[in-house]
Write a protein that binds this ligand. Sequence first.
Ligand code: AR6
Length: 183
Amino acid sequence: MGQGNLTKGDCEMKRLSIVKGDIVKAKTDAIVNAANTSLLGGGGVDGAIHRAAGPELLAECETLHGCRTGEAKITKGYKLKAKYVIHTPGPIWRGGKWGEEDLLANCYRNCLALAKEYGVKSIAFPSISTGVYRFPIDLAAKIAVGEILHFLETDDTMEQIILVCFDEGTKAAYQKAFAELTA
Ligand code: AR6
């Protein structure tokens, strides 16, 4: 994965890319983990990241004493190509009346702020909350892309942000959100 594999249309905007792929292979400085509040691993992308990083990641996560929904904590990347993993528990979708939209926006905002604090110049995000946590994909994509574009408006340190979609449907939703937000 990386710039070389981007198809035409993936890279409408210089610093934001929407790609299909496996986030554990990302060569960015940091990758984001769609974690749960225990930070002690799970299925989905969380399981894949822990498997690829090796047991030292779980050992460091055990020292963090969990993380609140919408907040973010950083660890080393261990066996990953990425130097850091930024862990953020997204909200579980409960119909939309429990602050889910704000909590998901907080995930992106807090991950980007933490990345900036650690001098991260490139970062890859999975589609937080849209798997096991069942957040509707179109709404999640609008929030994710919106928060990232908002961050990039004022930031001049981040060189690349990649939204790594695991399937075509997710990628299409992100591309649609990008098109709508930049129209
Ligand atoms: N690379 C990129 N995206 C992936 C990968 C991968 N290797 N594997 C899955 N996805 P989910 P959530 C996509 O369920 O909804 C865990 O058990 C997946 O297709 O991983 O935030 C945690 O411990 C989907 O589009 O995360 C929590 O308990 C997206 O990643 C809970 O799941 C998110 O799906 C978090 O649920």
